[in-house]
Design a protein around this ligand. Structure first.
Ligand SMILES: NC(=O)c1ccc[n+]([C@@H]2O[C@H](COP(=O)([O-])OP(=O)(O)OC[C@H]3O[C@@H](n4cnc5c(N)ncnc54)[C@H](OP(=O)(O)O)[C@@H]3O)[C@@H](O)[C@H]2O)c1
Length: 355
């Protein structure tokens, strides 16, 4: 019975569009690059090349034959697309989705990031809110941005959220929409106000760390539901986030993806601990609600953050990917800012229409 259903579906399904296959292949290659980057034994001194079949199976190729490679690792240059990758299709907007995937995600496949690399994301309305006042955040941004979150989880060692996000959404923080591994889940709940019944502390889909003020852990206590309890030193304005990142790094968790909410992301930003901040802006006006980024007031615009930015379209949303590790770009002269080839590829002309 089941078999005949499958056969029927196979017969009636339209064949996959060429650019969907390209996207699936590109994602398989990115996952392979991320897996390699996590492997401390990988020698960065040798070039490496790979290709992906239409079904997404990745295999190595001789780096000397660039025409057969989709993706290469070149010492001192990093990840580069191979000549085979040029043989791809454009979508109905004249864009190459596989190219955009490489551009967006390969920076998160760099091997051995320093002690720790912290990337934060918020999906907000055009007027800067991430949820209504009652905490309804499902969904501010569209499907493409939600898939992006799952991809970022798959490329990260840990995905971190604040207590209020768990209280409001009871999220699972898995990678169920894409191929790829689940990350360690980390919750900041300094006062331990969350019930151990929450999904993250019970579902067993991935490990979870509950990080709280260390004074809240009783002697010998180790678990909150199935989650491991981690005590963090408290400071006058909250948990010591530098100490928290040190503890995560000691456990091999070095690429941390902070998925909200606004309070948590803002605290990391204010503490100068973010390497990248991604803000997806949706064509939605909420009018009032829970804010995204909140920082202490700045008197002069010149002192505001204006980091180097890459811009990606995600369905109807626009993702701003701010690089906070590079320092602010110099706007004091009229000269064009220096851009890497990848940045040049994704930054748009001064005026272009996003259809
Ligand atoms: N659109 C999106 O991208 C998005 C993403 C995630 C969540 N959301 C929505 O946003 C809302 C939650 O965001 P939110 O800004 O209100 O809260 P939040 O950032 O999820 O959680 C804030 C709480 O986490 C704890 N916390 C975070 N950083 C801390 C630090 N450095 N030190 C001590 N405690 C720290 C504090 O808990 P205590 O109060 O117990 O001290 C703080 O009140 C929900 O409605 C959720 O649905 C939207």
């Amino acid at each position: 019975m089941i078999r005949s259903k499958i056969t029927q579906r196979e017969q009636s399904d339209p064949p996959p569009r060429r650019h969907d296959t390209d996207t699936a292949r590109a994602w398989s290659l990115i996952l392979s690059a991320a897996r390699l980057a996590r492997n401390a034994a990988w020698s960065l001194e040798h070039p490496l090349a790979m290709r992906a079949d239409p079904d997404g199976r990745v295999s190595p190729v001789d780096p000397a034959h660039r025409s057969q490679a989709d993706l290469l690792w070149l010492p001192h240059e990093g990840w580069r697309t191979g000549d085979r990758a040029a043989d791809r299709t454009e979508d109905c907007h004249g864009e190459d989705p596989a190219r955009a995937l490489f551009d967006l995600y390969l920076p998160f496949c760099r091997p051995h990031p320093g002690p720790v690399e912290v990337i934060a994301h918020l999906g907000q309305s055009i007027d800067g809110y991430i949820a209504t006042s009652d905490g309804d955040a499902r969904f501010v941004t569209g499907k493409a941005n939600i898939r992006h979150l799952h991809r970022m989880r798959a490329l990260s060692d840990a995905v971190l959220v604040g207590a209020e996000t768990v209280a409001a959404d009871d999220p699972r923080l898995t990678t169920r929409l894409v191929a790829g591994p689940n990350a360690m889940r980390v919750v900041l709940d300094p006062r331990r106000r969350l019930s151990p019944e929450r999904h993250l502390f019970n579902d067993g889909e991935s490990e979870t760390l509950l990080c709280c003020d260390r004074a809240r852990i009783r002697p010998g206590e180790q678990r909150h539901g199935q989650a491991e309890l981690i005590g963090v030193p408290a400071m006058s304005d909250g948990l010591d986030l530098g100490a928290l990142l040190g503890t995560l790094a000691e456990r091999g968790l070095r690429r941390i993806f902070i998925e909200g909410g606004g309070t948590t992301v803002s605290r990391f930003l204010e503490a100068g601990l973010l390497s990248r901040l991604q803000i997806a802006v949706a064509p939605l006006v909420i009018g009032s609600g829970r804010p995204g980024v909140r920082l202490p007031p700045t008197a002069r615009l010149a002192d505001a953050l204006r980091p180097a930015t890459r811009i990606f379209r995600m369905g109807e949303d626009v993702l701003y990917d701010f690089d906070l590790s590079a320092g602010a770009p110099d706007h004091s002269t009229d000269a064009s800012p220096q851009m890497s080839m990848d940045e040049a590829a994704v930054n748009r002309a001064e005026l272009s229409r996003i259809r």
